[in-house]
Design a protein around this ligand. Structure first.
Ligand code: SF4
Length: 235
């Protein structure tokens, strides 16, 4: 277990640790234990994550593939007009906003590091890597955490809209809290070695079962541990 994880878990009560252990075990029994691929490039992952905003995985992947097919290098994207970038990523939605964001981020990375290569993020301490990513315009806690977990295997836990909803219903975070707080709180609760599997499995639960308007609690593997299900008399 990493130092961060050990210190963080020390501040979590034994009862909460036990609850998290049960939740992770039930998720793994239901959805399996996905393994992290070790071949992702951090800059590719950053751009992919920006493209994933407000769209589904399929359209994100199509937008990313078209961007890569249209421009041979990230430097070519940096030098392209936002209109050209937007045309390439249109299928992913919000093309104008995302094209401006992508170009600005590429310009900023080039200006600050002299290259369009973020592989150094995997070699520096986590806080430094987080600080660099968060200082880029338009990169919030989820995007930074996605890059550092997926591409570098750093012990961080990205919280997307599905995870937020599920975690709030389970009673792990308040119903209303900032993105920063949701990341801090769940980052403390989820042991680092479970970050990747917990991230994917909670998203899956959120999409398939714990839906925004009509959660299917009767089909949920976490019903016995869920504050919402207890409050609603479903258990
Ligand atoms: S029991 Fe219901 S509200 Fe709780 S996590 Fe499962 S689907 Fe969501």
């Amino acid at each position: 277990m990493s130092e961060r994880s050990t210190k963080a878990l020390a501040s979590v009560s034994a009862e909460t640790r036990e609850l998290i252990r049960h939740i992770l075990e039930h998720l793994a029994a239901t959805y399996g234990v996905p393994r992290l691929r070790r071949d992702r490039d951090p800059l590719d992952t950053l751009i992919e994550t920006i493209l994933s905003q407000s769209t589904n995985d399929r359209n994100r992947d199509r937008a990313f593939a078209r961007l890569k097919a249209r421009f041979p290098t990230w430097d070519a994207v940096r030098r392209a007009s936002t209109r050209e970038i937007a045309a390439a990523i249109r299928v992913g939605g919000l093309a104008r906003i995302k094209s401006v964001r992508i170009k600005r981020i590429l310009q900023e990375i080039e200006r600050r590091t002299g290259a369009l290569d973020l592989s150094f993020l995997c070699r520096v301490p986590l806080e430094e890597a987080l600080g660099f990513l968060r200082s880029l315009d338009g990169v919030g806690p989820k995007t930074a955490a996605c890059v550092l977990l997926f591409a570098c295997g750093h012990p961080v836990f990205p919280v997307d809209t599905h995870i937020r909803r599920v975690a709030a219903r389970l009673g792990l975070i308040p119903q209303r809290c900032s993105d920063e707080r949701a990341h801090q709180q769940l980052g403390r609760l989820i042991p680092a070695r479970h970050s990747y599997a917990a991230h994917l499995n909670l998203i899956r639960l959120g999409r398939d079962v714990c839906r925004p308007r009509t959660p299917r609690c009767e089909a949920c593997c976490l019903i016995q541990y869920c504050a919402y299900a207890h409050e609603m008399g479903k258990v």
